[in-house]
Design a protein around this ligand. Structure first.
Ligand SMILES: [Zn+2]
Length: 422
């Protein structure tokens, strides 16, 4: 008797339906019509089943603080940073932990079982990083969380900040972050990038820097990150997040940059919720979109993934921790609407995210890998991106951890399915 079998699953990369068998937390068999008895049997009935969704960028320390101590009236990135600055020194570890835990519950219930979180370490208060490290360790059986030390105010805007950043390394963060475009001068931004790489190499941590999150086409720290990645031999271990200035780069520089990024093996993370509202905001019409060049980066062989970034916080009043919504929004802003491009968007929210986090060896629906999956209440990536369907079941380490009953609508007593008639 095995632990679990998921019958009649449709996978992204094959046409026939397969059964997925889990035992002791790992997939033991994947194939059609498998003769096994299991403690728990689920019939996916032709629904799409993928490995878990991956949220590559989430400011969990700020989630659910919208309105504390006041709302962001202008909607700009800068006012959001100021509002957050008014709150963060007063946060407690318990407050950070409880709010972040609630968002992790929302995430897991919708099939997101991997999250890279950012903890602000430029507060003179260790509550953000301590709260998220506690969350990572206590919820490890439910969701795999990586914590990034994020110096929201820069490393050099205050003489104490560099020490606070190094203190977060001692406390045990997984990744080192940065924000070079927010340093007082471009020279200090360059110094920050080099410092982050030196520390990451010395302490053997991954890197995930907020890079060029601006509409300024002269903000070009990404090329410096690419060069430092090659110099330190850190290919695959470095991520640049947001990179919205790329939406204002002209074609010649863009194509040159794509080559640098591919050569360096850097991951790029697009965060569609906040950046669709913040970037281009101060432009007169026509307004810029302010997104990293997702479609062109994929074509150039650069790994791109996605994040929720902000949920009910000083930057964004909305959000419900759904990576399918993030993929759908990014699809629209980056023109990824072709028949073959839509499944690729779902890969940006799943397997490409796993590559960004560096967990790909223990991720995927393959024999021997951890038995994690999401059963979408839809048969294809196209239908997932169109309908944002319920996650019918979510499986973690061979155990069903979440179930959702799909909603049911009637019109004049007749069912409405939002699907074309057969
Ligand atoms: Zn961010």
């Amino acid at each position: 008797m095995t632990d679990l079998v998921v019958r009649n699953a449709r996978l992204l990369d094959r046409d026939d339906l397969v059964d997925l068998v889990a035992d002791d937390g790992r997939w033991t068999q994947v194939g059609p019509d498998l003769a096994v008895d299991a403690e728990r049997e689920i019939d996916a009935a032709g629904r799409l089943v993928t490995a878990p969704l991956v949220d590559c960028h989430l400011h969990l320390d700020a989630s659910l603080t919208a309105g504390r101590p006041r709302f962001n009236a202008s909607g700009t990135l800068i006012e959001g940073i100021h509002v957050w600055g008014e709150l963060k020194e007063s946060l407690t570890v318990d407050d950070v932990y409880e709010r972040a835990k609630e968002i992790v519950r929302w995430s897991a219930a919708q099939g997101t079982l991997y999250i890279r979180a950012h903890a602000d370490v430029s507060a003179k208060n260790e509550a953000p990083v301590r709260g998220l490290l506690r969350l990572r360790d206590e919820l490890a059986d439910l969701v795999t969380i990586q914590v990034t030390a994020f110096p929201q105010d820069g490393l050099y805007s205050d003489p104490r900040n560099e020490g606070l950043f190094e203190r977060a390394i001692e406390l045990g963060v997984d990744c080192l972050g940065g924000i070079p475009h927010y340093e007082p001068t471009a020279e200090l931004g360059l110094a920050e990038v080099h410092r982050v790489f030196d520390l990451a190499a010395r302490h053997k941590r991954r890197i995930d820097v907020h890079c060029d999150e601006t509409d300024d086409p002269a903000s070009r720290f990404l090329e410096v990150m690419a060069d430092d990645t090659v110099r330190h031999g850190l290919s695959g271990r470095v991520t640049a997040s947001h990179c919205t200035a790329m939406g204002s780069y002209e074609p010649y520089y863009s194509s040159k940059l794509h080559g640098f990024l591919r050569r360096a093996g850097i991951n790029i993370v697009v965060n569609p919720f906040a950046n669709s509202l913040i970037q281009g905001r101060l432009d007169p019409y026509p307004k810029r979109r302010g997104f990293a060049q997702l479609k062109e980066l994929l074509a150039a062989g650069v790994n791109v993934s996605l994040g929720n970034d902000v949920i009910m916080d000083p930057w964004y009043l909305l959000g419900r921790a759904d990576m399918v919504e993030a993929a759908s929004l990014a699809l629209h802003f980056t023109y990824m609407s072709g028949l073959d491009e839509i499944p690729e968007m779902l890969r940006c929210a799943t397997e490409r995210g796993a590559r960004t986090l560096g967990v790909e060896d223990e991720y995927g629906i393959e024999e021997g890998k951890p038995a994690d999956c999401v059963v979408f209440d839809a048969p294809s990536a196209l239908e997932v991106l169109r309908l944002h369907p319920a996650r019918r079941w979510v499986v973690r380490r061979g155990r069903v951890i979440a179930e959702t009953e799909p909603s049911h609508t009637t019109l004049l007593g007749e069912p409405v399915t939002f699907r074309p008639p057969l």
